[in-house]
Design a protein around this ligand. Sequence first.
Ligand code: XLS
Ligand code: NI
Ligand code: NI
Length: 442
Amino acid sequence: MNIVTGNKQFFKEVSAIKYEGPETDNPLAFRWYNAEQVVAGKPMKDWLRFACAYWHSFVGNGADPFGEPTHLYAWNTHTDPIARAKEKMDAAFEFITKMNIPFYCFHDVDVVDFTNDIAENEKRLFTIVEYAQQKQKDSGVKLLWGTANLFSHRKFMNGAATNPDFLVLTHAAAQVKAAIDATIALNGANYVFWGGREGYMSLLNTNMKREKEHLARFLHTAKDYARRNGFKGNFFVEPKPCEPTKHQYDYDSETVIGFLRQYDLLNDFKLNIEVNHATLAGHTFQHELQVAADAGVLGSMDANRGDYQNGWDTDQFPNNINEITEAMLVIMEAGGFQGGGINFDAKRRRNSTDNLDLFYAHIGGMDTFARALVVADKILNQSEYKKLRTQRYSSYDSGEGKLFEEGKLTLEDLRNYAANHGEPNVVSGKQEYFENIINRYI
Ligand code: XLS
Ligand code: NI
Ligand code: NI
């Protein structure tokens, strides 16, 4: 990867972040992420496929409902929107290349400000897409996915594809069309739909059936357009149960898979699973990944973590090695992501105001995943983990258990088997033993 800067350098105090190993004292180095190191037959960079999220790292300004921005970006000073967008992209590619992050992700409005004029927005987006094409070429950085922001503008307050007003739906379509065009022009690997406002605040004013049908029709229409225009990548739906709406239609992995199946979208759509969305849905992250993997739709993930003491999407950088190790077990057993990677949908805290904090945040996140990858590989290949789990189900591997799995036994057969074999033994699930295996390899 080549470091790419603009005329100005925004992160002068930092040069390339390199792997120095677990013993290093350098806080601006990787202890675990060694891009070319081979783990289970693949270099780390190919397992992990890290991406930087444009919106958190170069747009989000630290403002919260109680206070004004605290991240005062040096790349946010121009009054001309295109000049400002270009400086922001200079900063983004400087950071991404210094971090050795191979991919990035963006919403349309992250890369350039939009107006209320559709043609003007398309023009602006294409100006900055051309700029990005050059940056990608110079650096080797690629687009993991593009998306459209269908939740910030006030016109989307009652939904985008699920809005009761058809005109609003068409405005959403205009944005999605341009964002798909941008993704294709930038050779993006995937395209994401996160339905931030696709849900309801009150069922009293909502025709849920009709709204969900509109959402499905919208996804089909967008997918057909992209395919007609040569897009070969995956579409991802990103589940989240609530926030900003009270109830979102893409609640969790199971719900989204059911929806995609019902509306015949499973050939083109997979899932993008986010850690903090899983926990908001009352699941562990591992659960959401496993559900997707079992259905063959583990597309990609948004990496972050929540806060156990509150119920918001706090989007903190990941640092929980146990949680991420358990996640990597699922991802490795699934053979990796289908087309996606690990996008840091995470933001530094409001009071982490130094440029260096952006580096520390990503270094910590990347090292957590790299370490978890190494640990998970050992657990899968050196420990009893897989064997013990398989053994729990061994009664289905032969005899009547096997016949049951094959659908060859009636309810009477099962009753007779029970009557002939007496009371089942008490068999331990060994949960603590399994938990100890994880910690032993960390
Ligand atoms: C918000 C979502 C959002 C998507 C992209 O909670 O995570 O950031 O990833 O629209
Ligand atoms: Ni996300
Ligand atoms: Ni989120």
